[in-house]
Design a protein around this ligand. Structure first.
Ligand code: NI
Length: 248
């Protein structure tokens, strides 16, 4: 069930027995010469919809632009400042809790969003405490970074070993190939992608990772692999967060 394809009476009815919603969050940023700019929201959206199907949970609109400052050296990348992203996350959650939603599970496709999500949750909790004290309505936020799930990491290792890398990875590209098979891109890839364990800002990032990849070989990706990642991630999210989505 998708919020944007529902009517308000349907949502009202859902809220009589469920208080959970899933929100995908991604990024709009370069993913190397063959990865789609929308990779991080495409993957988060697809996994969120699969988890929603498996648990009969409503899936709300995604946050397609995240904190991607370090990718701004490449055309097409967009970013929110961390402070903006924190406010966007807070306003999404507060809009929903005003109607009776209580349990919000973010499915995140982008590492750059992690610290802002944590900060946003504390903003939400603290603003409610300051405004209402003990009488604050209960709100519970959780996040799952799908690409860090143990089942996903195990599959990354099995299929790609060290060539998984850290950005524009074959695993995330594979998921986009499964979702959008007509948008599979092919380009020559330097066999030695940038390797570094540190970067400072957007200029430094492009100096260290000239084509946008961080140690990855996305030419290994296949749509079939993508389907495996999608289902491995969804299954583990249901196992880890299923009780939360059911209000436990
Ligand atoms: Ni990504």
């Amino acid at each position: 069930m998708l919020l944007h394809l529902s009517t308000w009476p349907e949502v009202e009815s859902y809220l009589t027995h469920r208080r959970a919603i899933i929100l995908p969050i991604g990024s709009t940023e370069q993913h190397g010469p063959t990865g789609l700019i929308g990779t991080d929201i495409i993957t988060a959206q697809a996994i969120a919809e699969e988890v929603g199907r498996r648990t009969d949970t409503l899936v709300g609109p995604g946050i397609p632009v995240g904190m991607a400052h370090h990718h701004m050296g490449f055309p097409g990348s967009m970013t929110l400042r961390p402070s903006t992203l924190i406010q966007v996350v807070r306003d999404y959650v507060v809009s929903l809790t005003a109607h009776g939603f209580r349990d919000v599970l973010f499915i995140n496709g982008h590492g750059g969003n992690m610290s802002s999500l944590d900060a946003a949750f504390y903003e939400i909790y603290e603003q409610a405490r300051l405004a209402h004290g003990e009488a604050a309505p209960p709100v519970r936020c959780e996040v799952c970074h799908w690409f860090l799930l143990p089942a996903v990491v195990a599959l990354q290792r099995e299929l790609y070993g060290d060539r998984e890398g850290h950005h524009a990875t074959p695993s995330e590209v594979a998921v986009t190939q499964h979702v959008y098979p007509k948008s599979i891109k092919i380009a020559h890839l330097d066999p030695n992608p940038g390797q570094a364990d540190f970067f400072r800002d957007w200029r430094d990032f492009r100096d260290r990772f000239p084509d946008g990849r961080m140690g990855s070989d996305p030419s290994l990706a296949t749509p079939k692999d993508g389907e495996r990642f999608l289902h491995a991630a969804a299954a583990e999210i249901v196992a880890r967060h299923g009780d939360f989505l059911n209000g436990v």
